[in-house]
Design a protein. Structure first.
Length: 143
């Protein structure tokens, strides 16, 4: 026990250097993390602006109004056009395909409705639970 060198004036210089280095690394990691977080939020805002394409919004509103007026075939054309134009947002594509599929079902065209429902499911697998009853009903009719 007498061989141990216990500093009498505080902590050894080697330990201080180690603590300073680890503190510097930790500080750098926090700065990098917050910088990445800030830039990610800015990218999200830019994507939102891109996703709010006025042409696509017009088509969706027109499709909704045509459905209200019971002009299902014309509304269907609007949603198919949204699906064609929307390249970057799979959720918007899934929504357009889902609506097109439902419109085809209302028009009595199960074959084409299934195509669009499957497209919606492929674009957004989270919609599977919502679309599955429609898909099952349509498949049962076709058998």
């Amino acid at each position: 026990m007498s061989d141990l060198k216990i500093p009498e004036n505080g902590v050894s210089k080697k330990l201080k250097v180690g603590v300073y280095i680890l503190t510097g690394i930790t500080l750098f990691a926090f700065i990098a993390f917050f910088a990445k977080l800030i830039t990610k939020q800015n990218v999200s805002k830019k994507q939102e602006k891109i996703l709010n394409d006025p042409r696509i919004s017009e088509l969706k509103k027109t499709g909704e109004r045509l459905q209200e007026a019971a002009l299902l075939e014309q509304a269907l054309d609007q949603y198919i056009e949204v699906w064609k134009l929307e390249n970057s947002n799979s959720f918007a594509r899934a929504e357009a395909a889902s609506t097109a599929g439902k419109l085809y079902l209302k028009l009595g065209n199960c074959n084409e409705g299934l195509v669009w429902l499957f497209r919606a499911e492929a674009a957004n697998p989270e919609k599977t639970a919502e679309l599955q009853p429609l898909i099952d009903t349509c498949i049962a009719k076709e058998k």
